[in-house]
Design a protein around this ligand. Structure first.
Ligand SMILES: Cc1cc2nc3c(=O)[nH]c(=O)nc-3n(C[C@H](O)[C@H](O)[C@H](O)COP(=O)(O)OP(=O)(O)OC[C@H]3O[C@@H](n4cnc5c(N)ncnc54)[C@H](O)[C@@H]3O)c2cc1C
Ligand code: FES
Length: 352
């Protein structure tokens, strides 16, 4: 049965198809609301259910008025009224599914793989720098990975994948891939990309493979003649985890608008660079962040600490903090974490 979704205090309403999520229906109607993982884990999509009933995976049957509902997991069971944290018109998203062929796999460290995928001849994957794709797996499950190549190179995609112990994709499927293996991928997804505020300096903070979308953003900047100042901080436990250190240094040498600061939390005696937590290095360099934007990607624990500390201690405004937390994007992890998310306490636990 088709239900109607109304948006509180706005002249916006649209249909939701049977078993469609509120997020999917909203996008299909030509609007965007905040989201990141689309799996019920990151809590970016939290909004209020003002009236009506929806089934929300991880939160059960919810009837409005109810605050803090995961709109990516909410499936209406009646006409409903919602109040998302933000809604705005957007271009209708043209997502495409490709069977991509593995061209090359590099393993720069024992825990990171860099995969180059070639899209079918004559087909283009259109995306904005910073967005991610979904690797489609058997049984309807999927995994999210950020594109590391600039969008101008749209006949292929580059992914940087960190091995997660016991991970179905990153330790299982990935280790069996070889040149000419194929993967089904769907793109583009995600809201993580540079804003139009071109005269504001942007601080980019990455941990681990959170470097991937930053690489796409910076290489896009190089190709499109960007002059907006960008300062990338890349944090890791040990220096060898900074698996493209020379590339990042070469950007800084070649482009006056780009600054690079690597930060290592458990360095060897040979490390001569910055040490400690990456977001603390940012705070030390920028005590007043009121005129800046921050883009953070990678470990959820870093993102939550950065959001909290930069906004409460360094004057960053909440709406100038943009992030993609690399939370578990598989159905298994999402189920476990969505169950924890059913309480306010559970949401806090997501970031640890
Ligand atoms: C928007 C988005 C973009 C992402 N982009 C990238 C990327 O560019 N590169 C990248 O390496 N990863 C990225 N991820 C994470 C990625 O999607 C997978 O979740 C990750 O690779 C693990 O998948 P898996 O199949 O190997 O593990 P699973 O089989 O899903 O999980 C195995 C076990 O590990 C736990 N687990 C899963 N992921 C994590 C994690 N990240 N940290 C701690 N425990 C975990 C699960 O809860 C489960 O218990 C992104 C996630 C999101 C939401
Ligand atoms: S987008 Fe809904 S929880 Fe991540």
């Amino acid at each position: 049965m088709t239900f109607t979704i109304r948006v509180a205090d706005q002249d916006i309403s649209y249909d939701c198809a049977p078993n469609e999520s509120v997020l999917d229906a909203t996008e299909r109607a030509g609007y965007s609301i905040p989201y990141s993982c689309r799996k019920g884990v990151c809590a970016s999509c939290l909004g209020d259910l003002v009236a009506g009933t929806a089934f929300v995976r991880g939160q059960g049957m919810c009837t409005g008025p109810m605050q803090s509902v995961l709109l990516c997991q909410a499936r209406p069971q009646s006409d409903i009224e919602i109040s998302p944290s933000r809604i705005r018109p957007s271009e209708t998203i043209q997502r495409k599914i490709f069977t991509a062929k593995v061209r090359k796999i590099d393993r720069p460290t024992p825990t990171v793989s860099i995969i180059q995928l070639r899209l079918p001849i004559g087909r283009r994957g259109i995306f904005r720098a910073g967005q991610y794709l979904r690797v489609l797996m058997s049984g309807g499950d999927s995994r999210n990975y950020s594109m590391a190549n600039p969008p101008q190179k749209n006949d292929e995609v580059e992914l940087h994948i960190r091995r997660v112990s016991g991970g179905t994709f990153s330790e299982g499927i990935l280790t069996r891939l070889a040149p000419s293996s194929t993967l089904d991928v769907e793109l583009p997804y995600g809201e993580f990309s540079l804003s139009d505020a071109v005269d504001r300096k942007a601080i980019l903070i990455a941990t681990g493979t959170g470097f991937a979308p930053m690489k796409s953003i910076i290489e896009n900047g190089i190709k499109s003649g960007l002059t907006r100042p960008l300062h990338l901080y890349w944090g890791a436990n040990i220096e060898s985890d900074l698996y493209m250190l020379d590339l990042a240094r070469s950007w800084a040498e070649a482009h006056a608008w780009f600054t690079f600061t690597p930060v290592v939390s458990a360095p060897s005696s040979k490390w001569r660079g910055r040490t400690g937590l990456v977001h603390r290095a940012v705070q030390a360099d920028y005590p007043d962040m009121s005129e800046l934007e921050v883009y953070a990607c990678g470990a959820p624990v870093m993102i939550e600490a950065a959001r909290h500390d930069l906004c409460s201690e360094s004057g960053l405004t909440n709406d100038a903090f943009f992030s993609d937390a690399f939370v578990p994007s598989g159905d298994r992890g999402a189920d476990r974490l969505a169950a924890a998310a059913a309480t306010a306490k559970g949401y806090a636990a997501l970031s640890t």
